[in-house]
Design a protein around this ligand. Structure first.
Ligand SMILES: [Zn+2]
Length: 301
């Protein structure tokens, strides 16, 4: 897919596009990445979220990755051990920047966690393991992460929350003491995410959003996404994600009722109607999302 045109769009133009897509209701999950609904439209460069979570931004920006992948360094002040979440793309400079941050904190990496298997989160793993010799868990690597599992590293208290939907293996990490929720690609800092049929599925995704919202609403919780900026209050961001999914489902239902249900390629017909204003190069991604929605409406996902 050629995303270059989207990448090259100027910030001002992006903003206008975002407004257009919101107004007309055709912001495909991928499309929304380059525009975004959030008020925080400032370029994101990484940074700390409280004193236990630090994002190092990888240099892999794009429509699917927004500003790039956030590699999260988790560390409790005073500890000599740290956890790294999603080493990201294979980029030596990025990996060295992550290591430099860990060294700055006076720590070494003793565990690497993965939010899901996608390459923009895992491509660096072989090199990363070479550099850190740390065990890896998640995304199909190492010991599987169990829902509700509590991971203690030094004074860090990390809870595993299985959040399938974006992919079948997606997990989030909750640091209750720090009030930080690491959401991977399940909830991003800007725009909305892809529910990528057939690995991803909408029914589990909606249930995952409900779980994350419950956590975020129960106590002050900041959002630490894998792409895009952080948010001091995670709950309204997650609430928006639920609302966006409901609106999108309504649009797909309406398209089916308007005749697309009888089309030879139902998903394609729905894309052409609901995502009409989306550039054609992102239609394949939109179609994967539509397929996930059709499965959901048919009760087969
Ligand atoms: Zn990603």
């Amino acid at each position: 897919m050629d995303y270059q045109r989207l990448v090259n769009t100027s910030p001002r133009r992006q903003h206008e596009s975002a407004n257009t897509t919101v107004r007309t209701g055709v912001s495909a999950s991928t499309l929304a990445h380059y525009g975004g609904w959030v008020t925080n439209d400032a370029p994101w460069q990484g940074g700390s979220l409280g004193d236990q979570a630090h994002a190092i931004l990888a240099p892999n920006p794009g429509p699917m990755t927004l500003d790039g992948t956030n590699t999260w360094v988790l560390h409790a002040p005073g500890d000599d051990v740290a956890v790294v979440v999603d080493p990201g793309p294979l980029d030596e400079g990025h990996l060295q920047a992550v290591l430099a941050k860990v060294a700055d904190l006076g720590a070494r990496v003793t565990l690497t966690l993965i939010t899901h298997w996608h390459h923009d989160h895992t491509e660096a793993l072989p090199r990363w393991v070479e550099l850190t010799d740390s065990p890896v868990r998640g995304g199909g690597y190492g010991d599987g992460l169990r829902d509700g599992e509590r991971i203690a590293v030094g004074s860090l208290d990390i809870r595993v929350v299985q959040t399938p939907g974006h992919t079948a293996d997606s997990v989030s990490f909750h640091l209750p003491e720090a009030g930080v929720l690491i959401t991977g690609d399940t909830v991003l800092g800007r725009g909305t995410t892809v529910v990528a049929h057939p690995d991803g599925a909408l029914a589990p995704y909606l249930a995952s959003l409900d779980r994350l919202h419950e956590i975020a609403a129960a106590a002050p919780t900041r959002l630490a996404p894998a792409h895009g900026p952080t948010h001091d209050d995670a709950a309204p961001v997650i609430a928006f994600y639920r609302e966006h999914r409901r609106e999108r489902l309504d649009q797909v239902r309406a398209a089916l009722a308007a005749g697309d249900a009888d089309a030879p390629d139902v998903a394609q017909a729905v894309v052409e109607r609901v995502y009409a204003e989306v550039p054609r190069d992102v239609w394949p991604a939109a179609k994967a999302s539509v397929q996930a929605q059709l499965d959901y409406l048919a009760g087969t996902d």
